[in-house]
Design a protein around this ligand. Structure first.
Ligand code: DX5
Ligand code: ZN
Length: 209
């Protein structure tokens, strides 16, 4: 299992030390929130633009914003390896195509109440499907295990049609909920509070792997 650590609740005044403390993670997961698509506001280009100077870790950028198309160039510039947009946002297909045109891996995400069939037009295009296992907006929420049905659906379609996407889940992952994730087709788990609140962050990352 690959692990993407969300730095949503990291101490941004000590970002270098925070990132050193999770350096065994496979990805840094960047939760960008605009206060419209989700009720919360997090961080954007101005805060992230120097991230590449302090880390070579892969950046997995999750845009929880209404108009992703307007901001993709910025998140390409910070050195994102993956950029994921929500199917519930404005112009998601254009956004995905724009990400691909920049040579960056493109992801599409869906909220818990969105039906998985809505992603059908994206499956042959994207590199990543991000299944939300909490309502987006906040860290520290309870894992919605029924969302794993969507994982099964996307894993079966991948098998059947030879699609290339990875499957990632986001929200409520910890040492207990991870047991419901093994052998389901999930390639990457996002974890925020479980890792950042752990006494030993390396051990927390290892336990999920
Ligand atoms: C929720 C974010 C998640 C969140 C994960 O909107 O997309 O990435 O930070 O946090 P935990 O692991 O605390 O559920
Ligand atoms: Zn996220």
């Amino acid at each position: 299992m690959k692990v993407a650590t969300s730095i949503l609740t990291a101490d941004f005044n000590n970002l270098k030390a925070e990132i050193d403390s999770i350096k065994t993670t496979d990805f840094i997961h960047l939760d960008v929130m605009d206060g419209h698509f989700v009720p919360n506001i997090s961080f954007g280009y101005a805060v992230l633009k120097n991230l590449r100077k302090i880390t070579n870790l892969k950046l997995d950028t999750h845009l929880m914003i209404d108009n992703p198309l307007d901001y993709i160039d910025d998140f390409a510039k910070i050195g994102s390896d993956y950029i994921t947009v929500h199917v519930e946002a404005n112009k998601p297909l254009e956004a995905v195509k724009h990400i691909i045109s920049k040579g960056i891996k493109a992801g599409i995400s869906l909220k818990p109440k969105t039906k998985p069939e809505v992603l059908l037009p994206y499956l042959s295009l994207v590199d990543l499907i991000l299944v939300m296992t909490v309502e987006p907006g906040f860290g520290g929420q309870k894992f919605m295990k029924e969302q794993m049905e969507k994982v099964k659906y996307f894993a079966e379609l991948r098998e059947k049609h030879n699609y290339n996407y990875l499957i990632e889940i986001d929200g409520g992952i910890n040492e207990k909920t991870i047991s419901q994730v093994h052998n389901t087709g999930v390639d990457i788990v996002v974890a925020g509070s479980y890792i950042l609140n752990a006494k030993d962050r390396f051990q927390a990352i290892e336990s999920l792997k």
